[in-house]
Write a protein that binds this ligand. Structure first.
Ligand code: SAM
Length: 348
């Protein structure tokens, strides 16, 4: 019997560099600095510094119709935090900027996507407000943050795994704007893809993604609730031909209902009966008792899902679920973001 894979080596940076207990000064400045970093990303500074070593404040403000006084205050705050150096009208990034750039997706995800959820933690705890009706996340920012994290931290890992697989039709479940499925299909001559997402707006954006990649005859975005496909008899044309089924940062959404949790993997296999490989990526619960430092993202991911009432799982729980569902775990691969894994699974 296959056991959970104990042998996975955790990347050293998953331990993180934030030393606990976070004293009050660090905690408060952390709150302000995440907002400053997110604002600078929204104002285009990360893109700018990828192509230019320096930024001229008056020119930058003129070209984008920004309030120069306010931008200077934001830049000055960023300088205080050690991210930028201001010399007169000129701004340059410090070495710390590079680490922010790699991890910017988590700032977009946390500040852009979940600010209202975190700000309402007390009222959700009291039962005065409920996620989904009184409190919402910004889906667009969550999708953008995921895409930024994918680009900086995850893409190359998936590409290595995909390169080893024989496939002609891919299905991506919870595919967002279908960027990933389009990219993978494009890299494999003659391949085709399906991207299923519950969000009508994401599916509309996906049509644009597919057109931009020149793949309208090869990738089909479909607006569908995957739970309808798994449990309520919704048929997806072409599902029979899928040979690799994937999902990223989405599996936990399928497992919310405890009554159907154990049926999800068997139902997935049934929905894609000829899929020989399942590539399932998701973030897991950070193991406790492993030192006194924290990485980016993990605590935010855990708390956000608690506030939304969505359970999340350990690596071992996922691996057991796959085994019980009849999938053979070929390998578990650390997938860039802290405590996030790509599970490569074979249908038996
Ligand atoms: C965290 S995002 C991940 C998006 C993309 N896979 C990525 O990694 O960037 C989760 C996606 O799942 C979609 N989703 C949530 N519940 C769904 C369901 N029941 N059926 C289909 N899609 C769903 C959301 O609309 C969203 O696009």
């Amino acid at each position: 019997m296959q056991e959970a894979s104990d042998s996975v080596l955790l990347p050293a940076d998953w331990r993180g560099g934030a030393k606990t207990p976070l004293d009050a000064d660090t905690a408060f400045n952390g709150f302000i600095s995440t907002n400053v970093v997110f604002a600078l990303e929204q104002l285009g500074l990360f893109t700018w510094f990828e192509e230019n070593g320096r930024l001229d404040v008056p020119d930058y403000c003129r070209a984008r119709q920004l309030d120069e006084t306010v931008l200077r205050r934001l830049l000055s705050a960023a300088e205080t935090f050690g991210y930028l150096v201001l010399t007169g009208d000129t701004v340059a990034p410090t070495p710390a900027w590079d680490d922010l750039r790699r991890k910017i997706g988590f700032f977009t995800w946390g500040v852009g996507g979940y600010h209202d959820v975190f700000a309402n933690a007390a009222s959700i705890t009291r039962g005065e407000r409920v996620f989904g009706t009184d409190v919402r996340r910004d889906e667009g920012m969550v999708a953008l943050g995921s895409a930024q994290a994918d680009l900086a931290l995850m893409r190359h890992i998936l590409d290595e795994q995909i390169a080893e697989l024989d496939f002609s039709v891919l299905a991506d479940l919870g595919s967002g704007i279908s960027e990933r499925v389009s990219r993978l299909v494009k890299s494999r001559p003659g391949a085709r893809g399906l991207g299923l997402d519950i969000s009508a707006s994401a599916t509309r954006l996906a049509a644009g993604t597919v057109a931009r990649h020149g793949l309208t005859d090869r990738v089909q975005p479909i607006c569908a609730d995957v739970l309808d496909v798994l449990f309520r008899g919704r048929r997806i044309e072409g599902a029979d031909g899928v040979d690799v089924a994937m999902s990223f940062m989405f599996l936990h959404d399928l497992l919310v209902d405890p009554r159907t949790r154990r049926d999800v993997i068997p139902a997935l296999r049934k929905a894609f009966p000829h899929a020989h490989t399942f590539l399932l990526g998701d973030t897991t619960v950070r193991p406790r008792g492993e030192g006194d430092t924290l990485p980016v993202f993990s605590t935010g991911f855990e708390l956000a899902h608690a506030l939304m009432g969505v359970p999340i799982y350990t690596r071992e729980e996922y691996e057991n679920l796959f085994r019980e569902g009849g999938l053979h775990l070929r390998r578990t691969i650390p997938f860039g973001a802290p405590h996030t894994y790509l599970f490569v699974l074979e249908a038996q």
